[in-house]
Design a protein around this ligand. Structure first.
Ligand code: DAH
Length: 400
């Protein structure tokens, strides 16, 4: 429905005010009556249509036609009207989307569906001010947001950390990209020591110009955090250090170039091998049940002296080496499973942090380090380590 703007018979203030008021009330009326897409199109054609819309008309018939001396006053009214028209056009569109939403809600209620739970205040807010310009199709199914679950390796890590936290240990962490100094040298692996060969890893390229101890590599164990923590904290300390480590191990059912370890360190005056045995025996019973037995066998690590490997009775076959009449595979029929490396902190290691209160003549300590992934593998009866790192939800949701 075309709307023809009133004619200006003179340019007096009274005349301008009258035509302005007339247009504004027509504008307001039509905006309120906009209840369908067709109404909205009609509204736009009438007011902002390029050919014969009101904005075009007042530009042509009022402003351009006005004599020079009246241009300023007419221009002001024209601008004011243009702003109002734009605002009402926007509001009419918003109002319409609100009406569409109302109707959809009504229809859903009539069909016995529960309408979307729209918070009362939020809904009011939408109706009165910022209505979305698109309507909501409440008949569409909602977006499913599946809850995540703890990864079995992280779950196992948390369980072990929990056992030591109850014993008064705190948690420390360190960088995964480590220097040769912390990863090897300060742990009593001197340059060219053959024990380095057992822990080959990725080195960051282009560092030949740096002294060896400053060169960066992906840490091969969590043990460097022993040194980093002792540099920061004076004895006595009791810490566990969970984290990611890397080695040059091609992936297979029991190896991965990336895996997880948890390290432990206790330093005080008069810490003995008896403390080490008692602590680890308690931790294994807390993790695998009170009937589990522990057993220490001599071993070698550059940073502990003496060193040992800890075995527990196989938690699959209970130590018998058999599952029914079949041989128990996880313990290779021995009835024992190796769970970690440990030992008394080598005095040479304390030498590197001597100035921070770790005089090897005054303090002693024990340390241990366990591979978490293998423990999780055994605990959950998973037969291939690679499953842990492939991110297949069908596998991982078994822990949900
Ligand atoms: N860092 C050793 C490894 O990755 C494990 C280890 C052995 C850690 C003995 C220790 C320890 O703290 O005392 O093979």
């Amino acid at each position: 429905m075309a709307y023809t703007v009133p004619k200006l018979t003179d340019y007096s203030e009274a005349m301008l005010q009258r035509v302005r008021d007339e247009l504004l009330s027509a504008l307001e009326y039509q905006a309120e009556e906009t209840e369908s897409e067709a109404d909205l199109k009609n509204f736009r054609d009438t007011w902002v249509g390029r050919k014969n819309g009101v904005v075009t008309q007042i530009n042509e018939l009022w402003l351009k036609a006005a004599p020079k001396e009246a241009k300023k006053a007419v221009g002001q009214v024209v601008n004011e009207l243009k702003t109002s028209i734009e605002r009402y056009a926007e509001q009419a569109a918003l109002l319409l989307s609100g009406i569409t939403l109302d109707r959809a809600l009504d229809a859903a209620t009539r069909q016995g569906e529960t309408p979307l739970p729209v918070p009362y205040f939020g809904y009011q807010e939408i109706v009165e001010s910022e209505k979305p310009s698109e309507s909501v199709d409440i008949t569409l199914p909602g977006v499913r947001r599946p809850l995540g679950a703890e990864h079995p390796v992280i779950k196992t890590m948390h369980e072990i950390v929990g056992v030591f936290q109850k014993l008064g240990y705190s948690v420390a962490e360190g960088p995964v990209v480590e220097t040769d100094y912390y990863n090897f040298e300060a742990l009593n692996f001197p340059p060219n020591h053959p024990a380095r060969d057992t822990q080959d890893t990725l080195f960051i390229a282009g560092q030949q110009a740096k002294p060896l101890r400053e060169r960066l590599l992906l840490r091969t164990h969590t043990s460097p955090v022993q040194i980093r923590t002792m540099e920061k904290m004076q004895p006595p300390i009791r810490i566990v250090i969970p984290g990611v480590v890397h080695r040059n191990d091609p992936p297979d059912a029991s190896h991965s170039p990336m895996f997880h370890q948890i390290e432990g360190l206790a330093v005080d005056t008069n810490i003995t091998f008896g403390d080490l045995k008692g602590t680890l025996d308690h931790a294994m019973k807390a993790l695998y049940g009170s009937s589990v037995k522990t057993h220490f066998r001599p071993s070698f690590f550059p940073f502990t002296e003496p060193s040992a490997e800890l075995y527990v009775t196989c938690f699959i076959c209970g130590g018998s080496g058999k599952r029914g009449s079949d041989p128990c595979r996880p313990c290779k029929q021995t009835g024992w499973i190796e769970v970690l490396g440990c030992g008394m902190v080598d005095p040479n290691v304390f030498e590197f942090v001597k100035d921070n209160g770790y005089d090897p003549k005054k303090v002693s300590g024990f340390a241990f380090g366990a591979g978490i992934d293998r423990l999780a593998l055994l605990k959950y009866g998973v037969d291939d380590l690679q499953y842990f790192f492939q991110g297949d939800v069908r596998f991982l949701e078994q822990w949900a």
